[in-house]
Design a protein around this ligand. Sequence first.
Ligand code: DX5
Ligand code: ZN
Length: 234
Amino acid sequence: MCKAGTAPMIAPSILSADFANLAAEAAAVANAGPTRADWLHVDVMDAHFVPNLTLGLPVVESILRSTDIPIDCHLMIEDPARWAPPYAEAGAYNVTFHAEATDDPIGVARDIKAAGAKAGLSLKPGTALEPYLEILKSFDTLLIMSVEPGFGGQKFMPEVLAKARAIRKYIDAEELQLLVEIDGGINADTIEEAAEAGIDCFVAGSAVYGKGDPGDAIAALRAQATAAQERVAG
Ligand code: DX5
Ligand code: ZN
């Protein structure tokens, strides 16, 4: 079991929200108190890097105008060197791209940060962590995918938690400033094992927007993650 770096953060994924009512859906997770999301996770898909198409920069700009919640952009796109920095310029808080989509992750991270956002690196479930350890000092966040990217509502892949444990160890040993996110299949049944593995920030789409009140779902997930972290801390 591994101690996370911060109090657990919850980032609802707008992918499971009603795309015709994005401002209202953002507002639903922006109330003050324990029902407030820490970040709003926005999945950008280009139908090339993943077999699905969602939304792009103009929609992200509209979301940014509609809410004060920090926007966590997850770019599942080809050619992030060209397309990622504009999301930072638009005002996204964190801009994450995929390691598998570029030969120059350090250069993309530099451009995102120069444009004013935090930079994130994402790894698909089958992508090993080890080849990227050395470059993580260029990043603010690491997003571990716990489903194949492309669709909400998929089943959590517990085998990726080995990556979470390994990066937590590395962060502690190297004293890295790196926030670790997990994305895919996070819900009441899976968030505790992810928290025990040392995850800081939990993306949840269908578990927040899929049923009932989104704020209540956030508070419940956060309480579970906090309890799991406290068990690890002893
Ligand atoms: C999938 C996206 C996720 C997705 C998660 O490729 O990156 O952010 O919205 O949805 P759930 O939480 O339903 O698995
Ligand atoms: Zn995502």
